[in-house]
Design a protein around this ligand. Structure first.
Ligand code: NAD
Length: 469
């Protein structure tokens, strides 16, 4: 079997040959990737069901269609993204050709997580291919069925000279990271992100980190509580809470909590029935290890379970669970929950809620539920987060025209649509000059004089900038 270093070298020599540069090559690969998803939809759905008991409905929405839409968007637009971007100039550079040229970075490494094992592997690939890179793809070993399906399908559809799947867990990934890459795109936990950064620092490799954190859902002021409960339940328990953008905890006033609880019970029963464990629309926890972590968190909490709480280890099942009387220092508030447990914290003013959010690391997403636009705008202005959505959860990330990514501890960099193309491109600053205007250019040569300096300052002044060409 080819060693990891040999795979990297093979891809590097393909990259150096320039084969990924032509627009037609990129278009063919993106089109083949689209065929890979479309031709194998059934197999993909089965793998996702094996890994997470993912309902077909959720799998189509959040794995298959999101990838298909991204591919259509990239195929339709990447030619325009590739165009040179002419920039404004000053008098001194008036006759020069000044532009930004998007160039591929080289051989990039994409490391995926297990919670959306197709989406979070293929979406970054779309950007990497569109931008003209070669790529090594490392799916998560935890979602074993999708990992193995990707390893089978990707080489069947895409150029094996330019794209390769490398499989394995932490040890294999650490070994892989010893190789030099031109970019590392990592999606996963903050803990592992630290070792990715250490490995990247050896080669000074730039990284994109798509991480997680605790996404708040702040319910405040006048609000349609039934609609809020339905949207909250959908966003939280979609994929059994194993979404990086799932609402992690709710913040609301004590009065809002009183109104919210019956609305949450009603929404949960409407969606998943009286016995959620028998409902086919609820995913399972990905592994026993992750199930145990969640049950431990719940066990350590001093809060009171008011909805759900039932679990079954063999079935890797945890009922949609709501916990109240949760303090800011509760176990459930210490780390990202990443499962079907929803703590509710009460605050008695908008400012106190904002302060609580701002005491924590900047989240990947922030949700505000309110009929009052002044409440929505105040939270938007006084906080920071990767993404922001009012009166709903998760849906902001489905638009390829919006950048997706964190800020601070929730991640570095972004992707989706053009943003993914940019992440995997180097923006090369180009100035093509001729020999004209030598007298003007001579102003900068010694012997220096006050006269030359004032002319030079005038010709290079931003006030004398000229538009584009
Ligand atoms: P993880 O960090 O355990 O694993 C992700 C990848 O890292 C896997 O491919 C795994 O094989 C590899 N890996 C594991 N240990 C490693 C090590 N020591 N060195 C190198 N590589 C290693 O993450 P996860 O449990 O798969 O995902 C859960 C986390 O990911 C959550 O925090 C969640 O919020 C975050 N997440 C973020 C996004 C996003 O888009 N921002 C999306 C999904 C998940």
């Amino acid at each position: 079997m080819e060693k990891q270093s040999q795979v990297v070298e093979r891809l590097r020599s393909s990259f150096r040959s320039g084969m990924t540069i032509p627009e037609q090559f990129r278009r063919t690969q993106l089109t083949r990737l689209l065929s890979m998803i479309k031709d194998n939809e059934e197999q993909i759905l089965n793998a996702l069901h094996k890994d997470l008991a993912k309902p077909k409905f959720e799998a189509i929405l959040s794995e298959i269609d999101i990838v298909i839409n991204e591919l259509h968007h990239a195929i339709a637009n990447f030619k325009s993204w590739m165009q040179l971007e002419y920039v404004s100039k000053n008098l001194a550079t008036k006759l020069d050709n000044c532009f930004v040229r998007r160039e591929p970075l080289g051989v990039v490494l994409i490391i995926g997580p297990w919670n959306y094992p197709l989406q979070l592997l293929i979406l970054p690939m779309v950007g990497a291919i569109a931008a003209g890179n070669c790529a090594i793809i490392k799916p998560s070993e935890v979602s074993a069925a999708t990992d193995s399906l990707m390893a089978e399908l990707i080489p069947k559809y895409l150029s094996q000279d330019c794209y390769a799947v490398v499989r394995g867990g932490a040890e294999e990934t650490k070994a892989l990271l010893q190789n030099r890459f031109d970019h590392i795109f990592y999606t996963g936990s903050q803990t592992v992100a630290r070792s990715i950064l250490q490995a990247a620092s050896v080669h000074l490799t730039p990284v994109t980190l798509e991480l997680g954190g605790k996404c708040p859902c702040f319910i405040y002021g006048r609000v349609n509580i039934e609609a809020a409960a339905r949207r909250l339940v959908w966003a939280k328990f979609f994929n059994s809470g194993q979404s990086c953008v799932a609402p992690d905890y709710v913040l609301c006033s004590p009065a809002a909590q009183e109104a919210l609880l019956p609305a949450l019970r009603a929404a949960l029963e409407d969606f998943y029935g009286k016995e959620p464990q028998t409902c086919p629309d609820l995913s399972r926890i990905v592994s026993s290890r992750h199930w145990t972590r969640l049950m431990d968190l719940l066990g350590k909490s001093s809060g009171k379970v008011v909805i759900g709480g039932e679990s079954n280890e063999e079935d890797k099942y945890i009922a949609p669970t709501v916990v109240v009387d949760v303090a800011e220092d509760d176990a459930l508030m210490e780390e990202e929950i990443f499962g079907p447990i929803l703590p509710i914290l009460t605050v008695d003013s908008l400012e106190k809620g904002i302060d609580l959010i701002n005491r924590k690391e900047k989240p990947l997403a922030l949700y505000v539920f309110s009929d009052e636009s002044s409440v929505v705008n105040t939270v938007l202005e006084k906080t920071s987060s990767g993404g922001f959505c009012s009166n709903d959860g998760i849906v902001h990330m489905t638009l390829p025209s919006l950048p997706f990514g964190g800020v601070g501890a929730s991640g570095w960099g972004s992707y989706h649509g053009r943003w993914g193309f940019e992440t995997f491109s180097h923006r090369r600053a180009c100035m093509l000059r001729g020999w004209a205007l030598e007298r003007l250019n001579s102003l900068r040569y010694p012997p220096y004089s006050e006269d030359k300096l004032s002319w030079l300052r005038w010709t290079t002044s931003a006030k004398n900038s000229c538009s584009l060409m």
